[in-house]
Write a new protein. Sequence first.
Length: 182
Amino acid sequence: MEEEQAADANGQSGTRQICEVRYGYGFRPSTGLVSDDIPYGFLRDSHRVTGPFNLDLSFRVRPWLDLGAVLSYTRIENRFHRDGQSGSVRLTENYYSCLSLARFGWLRHKRIRLYSGFGVGYCYQVIRVQEEPSATCETQYNRDVSLHLTVLGFSVGGRLHVFAEGGYGILGTFRAGAGYTF
């Protein structure tokens, strides 16, 4: 996927910027999770993670470097109960993240690409704690730094391609999806 040659209206040739759009889904995100901690005296009844869903837009600025941004959404739901007591507590966390992203290509072949990367950005958290059966609800709004490190990623295909990544951070420990290169 090297820079492509394009001709302008006067017939002059030059390089055209390559743009890539990706949609992915991550597994096991690390968000500084409130949900990783079980309050003392409580037992976890259920735990469900939805996402992170990711949408990336990047531009090739060098044959070995892509720069761009990624939007991400993650929802985590937990239900706890006190040992030996009735009633439960429902904890719902929503994470909205926007990161700047850099990908460094190690290997670039016609259909295969290996890379590593990192992202730094902003995370807006909405955390809701609801006690049942009393229906008491408390909502917290937090802002924090969002980080992600891609240790190793690969993509396979041409303009339309699939990708998989292993790393650590808000986008998930494992992330996979599809992309299109313009």
